[in-house]
Design a protein around this ligand. Structure first.
Ligand code: 3PG
Length: 394
């Protein structure tokens, strides 16, 4: 971005791909967590202050290539304007007449947000020509392109991968910071390097576990996915979440882990998946047959906290339990608090763990970095080539 600013952007139309995919309340449509909007403000302010005509585009949710009001970005335009302190105009379409006239009406230093990119089939198409045709229309709206959508850099989508091929292109402040931080983890992290993984499915995290195992000193596993590992150790897990077809893979990972993988020693087991379900803390090797684990227990939090306390680098992705239900939030809270207390460089992977930090009211500034990318940060740590980063590197 500094290179682009140094060239001078006053009066130029600058396209900014942001990831404004924020959670919305299902009933009221209100934005429940504006972290991703805040994260893009430094780039947008730098451009408006330099007199650019700023055109922001983003996806929201996963609409199926056609307009769908529940995924409109309109509420985001209002919030973005409040946070930026300048009005943000909104175009009802992404590339049609409304987009064109909204962009034409921009004065220097003003901002417009276009409607959800994914209302157009070309955005996510696997067909290069279809994606390219959409990228041609997007690129025609601007004279330069800034990618600040770290949360979407792992997607080979028109706005991420194909628009930068058509315009002078740079990384925004957020993308730069995310890559700087995450590359510290893929490079030579200070040791001990401890990774905490949670979330529901082993299958979603298998690639990152494989990539991290040789690099980490300890890998602490909680969340729904721990039950498939506990089963692989020969324990019964009652009616807990279980990926039967992954049990063999987990057994193999445990055999190869050389003692690096730590699993829960106790869990909070409930008689139903409900906020008011009856529940008890039980040993992880003695989960009753009709109960399901919804959180890790206090002995696990203590054991994980002890390991985290010795770390010099910590990466955390995925909640330890169903933190949205207060009865099953203690594990996530306890582990998160241990991370904030560690004398270490600490990074929170985005998605659910970043949402948990904010929902539990933890102090965001006590973490070294909270990534805005869920899938993107994991794929970065796996060492994959990410289409949105590759597109900026030429
Ligand atoms: C995310 O929420 O991880 C990003 O916004 C990407 O969204 P997607 O998984 O729908 O591509």
């Amino acid at each position: 971005l500094d290179d682009l600013l140094a060239e001078g952007v006053s009066g130029r139309r600058v396209l900014v791909r942001a990831d404004l995919n924020v959670p919305l309340d299902k009933q009221t449509g209100a934005i429940t967590d504006d972290g991703r909007i805040r994260a893009v403000l430094p780039t947008l302010s730098a451009l408006t202050e330099a007199g650019a005509k700023v055109v922001v585009f983003s996806h929201l949710g996963r609409p199926k290539g056609a307009p769908d009001p529940q995924y409109s970005l309109r509420p985001v335009a209002g919030r973005l304007g409040e946070l930026l302190g300048v009005p943000v105009s909104f175009a009802e379409d992404t590339v049609g007449e409304s987009a064109r006239s909204t962009v034409d009406a921009l004065a220097d230093g003003q901002v417009a947000l276009l409607e959800n990119l994914r209302f157009n089939k070309g955005e996510t198409s696997k067909d290069d020509a279809e994606r390219g045709a959409f990228a041609d229309q997007l690129a025609a709206l601007g004279e330069a392109y800034v990618d600040d959508a770290f949360g979407a850099v792992h997607r080979k989508h028109a706005s991420v991968h194909d628009v930068p091929a058509r315009l002078p292109h740079v990384a925004g402040r957020l993308v730069l910071r995310e890559v700087e931080v995450l590359s510290r983890l893929t490079g030579e992290p200070e040791r001990p390097y401890v990774v905490v993984l949670g979330g529901s499915k082993v299958s979603d995290k298998l690639a990152v576990i494989e990539a991290l195992l040789p690099k980490v000193d300890k890998l602490l596993i909680g969340g729904g996915m721990c039950f498939t590992f506990l089963k692989a150790q020969g324990h019964e897990v009652g009616t807990s979440l279980l990926e039967e077809e992954m049990v063999g893979t987990c057994r193999d990972l445990l055999a190869r882990a050389d003692g690096k993988i730590l699993l829960p020693v106790d869990v909070v087991a409930a008689d139903a998946f409900a906020p008011d379900a009856a529940h008890d803390t039980v040993r992880a090797d003695a989960i009753p047959s009709k109960r399901l684990g919804l959180d890790v227990g206090p002995a696990t939090v203590a054991a994980f906290a002890e390991v985290i306390g010795t770390a010099r680098t910590v990466f955390w992705n995925g909640p330890m339990g169903v933190f949205e239900m207060p009865a099953f939030a203690a594990g996530t809270r306890g582990v998160a608090e241990a991370i904030t207390k560690a004398d270490a460089f600490t990074v929170v992977g985005g998605g659910d763990s970043a949402a948990a930090v904010r929902a539990l009211g933890l102090d965001e500034s006590s973490f070294g970095h909270i990534s805005t990318g869920g899938g993107a940060s994991l794929e970065y740590l796996e060492g994959k080539t990410l289409p949105g980063i590759a597109a900026l590197e030429d």
